[in-house]
Design a protein around this ligand. Structure first.
Ligand code: URA
Length: 212
């Protein structure tokens, strides 16, 4: 089975984890991706935002949420009153999964499988263990499944404080708030977009009030 666990160094700090993740071969996604995109932010962060996986631009630049979805997220955080300096941003899966268009070189995002999500989970668990945030925000279904299990449904569980289960190493569960993925705002048609964005801000506002 796929598993990043053997690649996660024991007792490492965030930089040590980041360095080790660069060489992860816990699942096949490292083969096609340019690089591992690890989380970004301080170990002292009070809130951790978890996305799905790096996109095309993140894969090129090596930083999470620096593309179009990151633009939506940055604006929504500001509107919800979450200070980006207090936030650590990462993904459930740390390599870009894509397929190439028939002609041309555009790389089209593909959703990770449950096997890939659970293979990569030891990296996310190690980030959460080190940071120990007050609040974790799951951005979309993949992050929710990684953190809460495969029965997670965004539509049913978004916008309310949930108990983050311990990760199996005895770490106490903190609070989790789930919301839609910022790219869902970009994918929404013109009629639905404002509502989707308002919903994202409202859910992030629930997380912001937990930090007050
Ligand atoms: N979408 C994600 O889920 N994560 C990123 O880092 C970028 C886009």
């Amino acid at each position: 089975d796929y598993d990043a666990g053997p690649f996660v160094p024991v007792g490492a700090d965030l930089q040590g984890l980041r360095d080790a993740a660069a060489g992860c071969r816990g699942c096949p996604l490292f083969r096609e991706a340019t690089r591992t995109v690890f989380g970004s932010g301080e170990a002292s962060a009070r809130v951790v935002l978890v996305g799905e996986q790096p996109g095309d631009q993140e894969d090129r630049k090596g930083e999470p949420f620096v593309g179009p979805a990151g633009g939506v997220l940055t604006r929504a955080l500001a509107e919800a009153g979450i200070d980006p300096a207090e936030a650590y941003v990462t993904n459930a899966v740390k390599h870009f999964k894509f397929e190439r268009q028939e002609r041309g070189k555009r790389r089209i995002h593909k959703a990770p499988t449950l096997h890939e999500i659970s293979a990569c989970r030891p990296w996310l668990a190690s980030e959460l263990r080190l940071i120990g945030p007050e609040v974790v925000v799951a951005l979309g279904a993949t992050a929710g499944k990684s953190l809460l299990g495969s029965s997670f449904r965004v539509t049913q569980q978004r916008g309310v404080p949930l108990v983050l289960p311990p990760d199996g190493d005895g770490e106490a569960g903190g609070t989790l708030v789930a919301t839609i993925h910022p790219s869902a705002v970009l994918r929404a048609d013109a009629a639905a977009r404002a509502g989707a964005y308002a919903g994202l801000i409202a859910d992030l506002g629930v997380a912001a009030r937990l930090l007050d």
